[in-house]
Write a protein that binds this ligand. Structure first.
Ligand code: VG1
Ligand code: CO
Length: 543
C-alpha cells in the first residue's frame, strides 16, 4: 500500500457556514470535491502526526462513500489512528464525546443535520477540534483560504475498509478501529442523570413517544430509552436510520412532527413527546397539551438542572445564541450566575464551556446542551426533561406554567423565508443595516426603539471578534425583532425573522403566540419589507 499524491484544482465555494460545509450531494459528487475539502482541513491543522482522528456521520446518503475517502486521506497525511462508528454512524453529540473521551486530536462529523438527505438531498462535513466542539472561525477561515489554492491531496492506495465489523484494521501505517456508536454515549448519560428515577417513572405507567425521524438517534434511543430505562417497546418510532430519512425531512419541529403534536393534544395520547434531528443534536419537547419552545426549554432546563445528579452542585452560567429569547436571562439573573449572548452556531459556546464560565447552552433552533460535550445534544435534553419530570412529579404543562408565573413569559416565534433569491435577500439586509442608526428613539405604534444594531460578538475568553451576526432592533418594553441570513442552507438564501415579546410574571400567559406577536410581525414587515421584496405572501416555516 502506498501514499499517492494526486493533483487537483481548487473549488471556489468550499466556505464553511454556521456548522461545517453543506452542499447538495451532487456537488459533493464532483471529482475531488470531498478530497479537496478534507485535505484543506488537514492542511490547516498542525501537530496531528500519529494522533487519533474520530470519523462518523448521521448515515445519510454518501456518508459511506465520504468516510472511505476520509480514512484514506487521514492515513496518507499521517494520522496514527482513526476511530469510526460502526456502519459509519455517530450522532454529532456522540462524536463530540468520543473525541473527548479518547483524547483524539479532532474529528470529522459527516452530516447536513436537519436538511433532507438522499441523492437529491444535502450532505455535509464539519471538523471538530480536540475539545470535541466545532472548529472556531480561525480554523474555518483558514480551511476556506486553503481550499481556494489547493493543488494536490494525499491518499492511501487501499481497498475500502469494512465498517460493519467492530474491531481493528490497518490502512497503511494507520490503525482503524470500528467502535460501537452507542456504548460510550450511553455510559456518559448514566453519569449525568438519575436513571433509577426515570426507570421508576416508566415503570409507573408514564408513556412517551420518541421520534427518531429515520435518522441517527434511533439506535441511541432504542438502547437508552427502551433498553436501559425500560420504556415499553414502541416508545421509539422511526428508529432505523435510513440514508434518505425515508424521504422525510429530519427537522424536529411542529411542521415535520405534526402527527406527534396532534397526538399529544389528545387525552388518549402519551404523556410526553420528543424528537431529534438528522444528526441527533436537536430536540423537540412536547408535553400533554403543551409544546415547549426551545427558548423556554433552555430556561426551564437551566432553572431545574440541579435536580439531576450531574448538575446537583448548580450551574456556573448560561449562554444562548443572540436570536434565542431572553427567557434564560431571567433565570441567570435569579440564580446570580453569568449569562452570555453569542452568535448563532455551537462553535461560539466552546470557549465559554472550556473556561468553566457556563454549564448550559441553548439556541432557539431546538438546540440545548451542557458542558458534558461540546455540541448540542438532543437525547441529553430529553433525558434531562425526563429526570426533572421524575423528580418533580408534575406534568410538563404544570412545570411550564409555574415557570412563567415565576419569571414571566417570553412570547417567541421565528418566521423563515426559504430559497429566496440571494441578491434580494442581501439587498434587504444591507438596506435595513443602513437605516439602523436612525431608528433608536423612534416610536412605531406605541413601540419605542431602544437600540438597533448589527450584532458583534466579543469573545470574553480569547478576545476574538465576530461582526455582522444579525440585525437586532430592541424596544423599550423588552420586545425585540431580529433578522439574519441562514448559514446552513444550500439553495438561494434563507431569511430568518425572530420575534419576541415579554409578558411579566403576573401577566397573561395564555395568548396564542402568533396573535400575541402580530403587532411586532407587522412592524417587522414595515421596517424590513420581507414579504414585499421577496414577493411572498407568508413564511415557508413558522416555528
Ligand atoms: C441553523 C440554526 C442554528 C444552528 C445551526 C446548526 O443555523 O439557526 O441555531 O446552530 O442551524 O444546527 P442557520 O445559520 O441556518 O440559522 V444543526 O442541528 O443544522 O447542526
Ligand atoms: Co443537527
Amino acid at each position: 500500500m502506498t501514499v499517492q499524491t494526486i493533483n487537483t484544482t481548487p473549488f471556489s465555494d468550499q466556505k464553511p457556514g454556521t456548522s461545517g460545509l453543506r452542499k447538495r450531494v451532487t456537488v459533493w459528487q464532483q471529482p475531488n470535491y470531498v478530497e479537496n475539502y478534507i485535505q484543506a482541513i488537514f492542511d490547516s491543522l498542525e501537530g496531528f502526526a500519529g494522533q487519533t482522528l474520530v470519523i462518523g456521520g448521521d448515515g445519510r446518503f454518501y456518508n459511506d462513500v465520504a468516510i472511505q475517502k476520509a480514512i484514506r486521506i487521514a492515513a496518507a497525511n499521517g494520522f496514527g489512528r482513526v476511530l469510526v462508528g460502526q456502519g459509519g454512524l455517530l450522532s454529532t453529540p456522540a462524536a463530540s464525546n468520543i473525541i473527548r473521551h479518547y483524547q483524539a486530536f479532532g474529528g470529522l462529523v459527516l452530516s447536513a443535520s436537519h436538511n433532507p438527505g438522499g441523492p437529491d438531498g444535502d450532505f455535509g462535513i464539519k471538523y471538530n477540534i480536540g475539545n470535541g466542539g466545532p472548529a472556531p472561525e480561525k480554523i474555518t477561515d483558514a480551511v476556506f483560504a486553503r481550499s481556494k489554492v489547493i493543488d494536490s491531496y494525499k491518499s492511501e492506495d487501499t481497498p475500502d475498509i469494512d465498517l460493519g465489523t467492530i474491531g481493528t484494521q490497518k490502512v497503511g501505517d494507520m490503525t482503524v478501529e470500528v467502535i460501537d456508536p452507542v456504548t460510550d454515549y450511553a455510559a456518559l448519560m448514566q453519569t449525568l442523570f438519575d436513571f433509577d428515577a426515570i426507570r421508576a417513572l416508566f415503570a409507573g405507567g408514564f408513556r412517551m413517544t420518541f421520534d427518531a425521524m429515520h435518522a441517527v438517534t434511533g439506535p441511541y434511543a432504542h438502547a437508552i430509552l427502551e433498553g436501559i430505562l425500560g420504556a415499553p417497546k414502541g416508545t421509539v418510532i422511526n428508529g432505523v436510520p435510513s440514508p434518505s430519512f425515508n424521504d422525510g425531512h429530519p427537522d424536529p419541529n411542529l411542521v415535520y412532527c405534526k402527527d406527534m403534536f396532534d397526538l399529544l393534544m389528545t387525552e388518549a395520547g402519551p404523556d410526553f413527546g420528543a424528537a431529534s434531528d438528522g444528526d441527533g443534536d436537536r430536540n423537540l419537547i412536547i408535553g400533554k397539551n403543551r409544546f415547549v419552545t426551545p427558548s423556554d426549554s433552555l430556561a426551564l432546563l437551566a432553572a431545574n438542572a440541579h435536580l439531576a445528579p450531574g448538575y446537583k452542585g448548580g450551574i456556573a452560567g448560561i449562554a444562548r445564541s443572540m436570536p434565542t429569547s431572553a427567557a434564560a436571562d431571567r433565570v441567570a439573573e435569579k440564580l446570580g450566575i453569568e449569562m452570555h449572548e453569542t452568535p448563532t452556531g455551537w462553535k461560539f459556546f466552546g470557549n465559554l464551556l472550556d473556561a468553566g464560565r457556563v454549564t448550559i447552552c441553548g439556541e432557539e433552533s431546538a438546540g440545548t446542551g451542557s458542558d458534558h460535550v461540546r455540541e448540542k445534544d438532543g437525547l441529553w435534553a430529553v433525558l434531562l426533561w425526563l429526570n426533572i419530570l421524575a423528580v418533580r412529579k408534575q406534568g410538563v404543562d404544570q412545570i411550564v406554567r409555574e415557570h412563567w408565573a415565576t419569571y414571566g413569559r417570553n412570547y417567541y416565534t421565528r418566521h423563515d423565508y426559504e430559497e429566496v433569491d440571494a441578491a434580494i435577500a442581501n439587498a434587504l439586509v444591507d438596506d435595513l443595516r443602513g437605516r439602523l442608526a436612525s431608528l433608536p428613539g423612534q416610536v412605531f405604534d406605541g413601540l419605542e426603539v431602544a437600540y438597533a444594531d448589527d450584532f458583534t460578538y466579543h469573545d470574553p475568553v480569547d478576545g476574538s471578534t465576530s461582526a455582522k451576526q444579525g440585525i437586532r432592533i430592541g424596544f423599550t418594553d423588552g420586545s425585540r425583532i431580529v433578522l439574519r441570513l441562514s448559514g446552513t442552507g444550500t439553495v438561494g438564501a434563507t431569511l430568518r425573522l425572530y420575534l419576541e415579546r415579554y409578558e411579566p410574571a403576573d401577566g397573561n400567559h395564555d395568548l396564542d403566540t402568533q396573535s400575541a406577536l402580530q403587532p411586532l410581525i407587522e412592524l417587522c414587515e414595515r421596517l424590513a419589507g420581507v414579504k414585499a421584496r421577496t414577493q411572498r405572501t407568508e413564511p415557508s416555516v413558522i416555528t
